[in-house]
Write a protein that binds this ligand. Structure first.
Ligand code: B12
Length: 223
């Protein structure tokens, strides 16, 4: 039997599990997502997408690639665990739910993809705006949020799109990008970024570059 479920209850589950921010998007609003990347491609009866964000420490942006990678790995486990915990609690109320991890989920033509685009999901859930640097930027946490999500079959009231401005198109991100992945404002060069971004760091897989994140004047939000 299903117990009553609403946006506040679900948001409380997210905050209890350790999220810094929680927003809700309507599954219907993903019409522009490519086939295979819509919430209903993963959970057929999906009506709502709960987006969970956990914030990265500001100091990470001044750390070495090895230290940054270590914190990033911890964050991805944390944010995925938050989604699993929220999923468990929703299911205990009789609903269908599916956790979307913070990392990738599938490969196509040798390229890693997520199950859905978490930045677009976060934007639809009112958690910020996708900036010139192609990162979701929030007024309080800047671009330092890492995301996961939970798909569910209850029709929750979605959040409104963020109304604030967190990008002045200053172009610093594009100018600093070593792989020129941001040269075309309408198209993110993910293949170019992939090459410069992920490298061996101290003999291990690691993130070598996060300059688009670090140079943004709104990296820590709206001061
Ligand atoms: C693979 C991957 C990468 C790859 C490729 C990125 C890519 N595909 O764009 C590479 C190596 C380049 C990469 C780099 C980085 N990444 Co990355 N990455 C991912 C991952 C795991 C999957 C992305 C994906 O497959 N998306 C699905 C595809 C289809 O989306 P897309 O290509 O962006 O979509 C295009 C269209 O299909 C369409 N679209 C797709 N879905 C939708 C939905 C709607 C509603 C609409 C309108 C349109 C639309 O719009 C786009 C433009 O055409 C995500 C986690 C996730 N599940 O989202 C993290 C993620 C996007 N990465 C993240 C981060 C932090 C980074 C780095 C900063 C890492 C670093 N160096 O420290 C850099 C930043 C690069 C940048 N400026 O964006 C964060 C972003 C957080 C944030 N605040 O924005 C995510 C969300 C991980 C997380 N759990 O938080 N990443």
């Amino acid at each position: 039997m299903k117990t009553e479920m609403n946006s506040s209850i679900v948001k409380k589950y997210g905050m209890d599990a350790g999220a810094s921010v929680v927003g809700i998007a309507a599954s219907n609003d993903f019409k522009l997502a490519p086939d295979g990347f819509k919430p209903t491609d993963i959970l057929e009866d999906c009506l709502s997408v709960i987006v969970l964000g956990a914030s990265f420490p500001q100091e990470a942006l001044t750390m070495s690639p090895a230290e940054y990678t270590e914190i990033r790995n911890t964050m991805l486990v944390k944010v995925t665990d938050i989604a699993k915990e929220v999923t468990k609690r929703i299911k205990a109320n009789g609903y269908k739910a599916k956790a979307i991890s913070g990392t990738g989920g599938k490969y196509a033509e040798g390229k890693l993809y997520g199950h859905i685009s978490l930045k677009h999901a976060a934007e639809l859930a009112g958690l910020g705006l996708i900036n010139r640097n192609y990162l979701l930027t929030n007024d309080q946490y800047g671009n330092l949020l890492w995301f996961s999500a939970v798909l569910m079959d209850a029709d929750l009231i979605p959040d409104k799109k963020a109304q604030y401005i967190v990008c002045d198109s200053c172009n610093k991100c594009a100018e600093t990008c070593p792989s020129k992945a941001l040269d075309d404002p309408a198209l993110f060069g993910s293949k170019k970024c992939d090459k410069a971004c992920f490298k061996q760091v101290n003999g291990k897989w690691g993130i070598n570059c996060f300059s688009c994140r670090a140079v943004c004047p709104y990296r820590f939000g709206k001061m």
